[in-house]
Write a protein that binds this ligand. Sequence first.
Ligand code: SRM
Ligand code: SF4
Length: 664
Amino acid sequence: MEQSTFFGRSAPLCQPSCSRPNGHSLADRLVVCVATPARPPTAKVAKRSKVEILKEQSDFLRHPLMEELVTEEPNINEGALQLMKFHGSYQQDDRDKRGFGKGKAYQFMMRTRQPAGLVSNQLYLTMDDLADQFGNNTLRLTTRQTYQLHAVLKQDLKTVFSTVIKNMGTTLGACGDVNRNVLAPPAPFKDRPEYVHAAKLAEDIADLLAPQSGAYYDVWLDGEKFVTSQMETPKVTEDRAFNGFGTNFEGSPEPLYGSVFLPRKFKVAITVPGDNSVDLFTNDVGIVVMSNDAGEVQGYNLVVGGGMGRTARNATTFARLADGLGFVHKDDIFHVMKAIVAAQRDYGRRDDRKQARLKYLVEEWGIDKFRTVVEQYFGKKIEPLRPLPPWEFKDYLGWMEQGDGRLAYGVFVQNGRLKGDLKVALRRVIERYELPVIITANQNIILTEIEPSWKSDILNTLHGAGVRDVVDLDSIDRTSMACPALPTCGLAVAESERSLPDINLRIRALMTKLGFDEGESFVVRMTGCPNGCARPYMAELGFVGDGPNSYQLWLGGSPNQTRLAEVFQDRVKIQDIEKALEPVLYMFKQRRRPGEALGDFTARIGFDALRQYAADYVAEGAAAKLPKLALAEDVFASLEAMAAKQGKSISHLASETLRSSLCT
Ligand code: SRM
Ligand code: SF4
């Protein structure tokens, strides 16, 4: 029998309406009602951002979008484009085509929503066709296991949306102030129940938190509600309707979100102990499936308040790792998720969108106060976190046994861009063998349900298109990611996807010059602005665009994405990347501990030491241009021995020693 827990304000004993519809009666499960938390005062109208008013006046995301979609203009107005995000699309313009007097070349980006990155064969072929017919012949696999289709024209939107919906896809809630795509490991293993459970839970939570008003079908299917939305797990429907503790707006078409939805986007990732293929700590909510020794799911560890987004020169915005919230039992997961969402809904900032993510609420309140408020909406105590093994990053590339006699094959897609021969070859094998696929949170794709006898044909087809096998990949490429940035992203201040491949090659060349082994590697991530879409603040080496052709360098993230990086240097021009990196990499090579990763090294050694080293560093080849100095032989010999001992070059140690004695 579960422990009864009274906490917070004095609460009445539970009324029947408060018992959870989970089969337990009050006799065998003493649930305690807690009064609905007081909402922020209504007497004084709080200041609200413009987007809040637009949401409220939209009739649950319908107007003015419906009107704007049928005008002759190539674009839609501000009100409509804000609503459009909730439907899964952004208005953009091709920034390469901007020019004096030309006006903007308007186009739309459409994002799908696919819990756990699972894509049916039918949807894969549909998206592939849509990219050719209505997009720019490419598809983008995203860092949240979804597709982005770029360059759709306004007049084609309805065709594109309705085609996706009718082919078992959806874009509802892929963007906007709602729950976004729910991540789960792209593990194709049929004999690992914890992974199967994580993927199913991703789907259930996506359903639980999906907008309910029907506006999506009104806009894109003229009101015809498509069958996919009616197939949700019965417990999801039941728990969504439950309103024992003030999570729901009774009678509202949006029972959880209400008419103004959430203050900001909301992101959830699910994983199993030890597998950090989803960058768990960067999400608003991270869920870890906890099983017993027999492999039966017992419940979930929860972390909350992660996020990457920053704004340039605004120190009140920052990347943040999620904090441990606690453990909940298996049957309670939907209730606790609603409770967390309700806390963010009611207490998240609505006056300033730059401060509106859950991470700022958790930061301001502290995790204990946040937990207490969540418990009020949840109706019971959240238990302490249960112990976990260390985290590991898994990329799911190459051949894998599914555990049911079939195989899966993880294909590397540089920066997630499916195009050209690769796109054609993938389509060929996916169509020929009717393969479903999984998109990873690292912008790659996994072909699944492969019979062993198909393997050589699949490999021949892919190799023929230049697809590199996992063993032939450069290890820097393999774990690196870049966001789309230019030319489609309206917020980009620097290149990203188009620049990173070349920068990776330059980093590899520098490492070769410095004598690193060929297999030496670290996690490199790049974004074209500080918003952090490729999660650069978790990388061992992050490039964050801070101006045209200019980047901040971030160092110190861990290889398993559990530690935040810090900014090491601002405004590094793209042509000066080697100059900035060489001292860091040289010091790493000289002074690392056996097997130490770059991110762990830079975090251990500290930025002061790194910067001092860089200031004294004499780049290879540069010595010829510097003033010469003759030394007595015994001094040189001592210097040489000391330099070897300290892992420094002789010039470096000489400059450092002389500077400290002469320049104080
Ligand atoms: Fe992102 C906005 C692309 C994952 C943080 N993101 C954008 C927009 C829509 C630009 C805009 O608002 O006009 C970008 C569209 C670019 C284009 O041309 O396609 C964009 N974000 C992406 C994708 C495609 C990057 C990728 O390389 O895959 C990812 C799509 C994921 C998805 O399927 O939903 C993507 N974005 C992320 C992530 C990573 C994640 O979620 O794991 C983050 C950091 C985590 C987080 O949310 O804190 C992220 N995107 C942002 C932000 C900053 C949010 C903040 O809290 O400040 C913005 C700007 C905003 O929301 O105001 C943004
Ligand atoms: Fe655009 Fe910035 Fe996100 Fe890159 S990180 S896609 S530039 S918003």
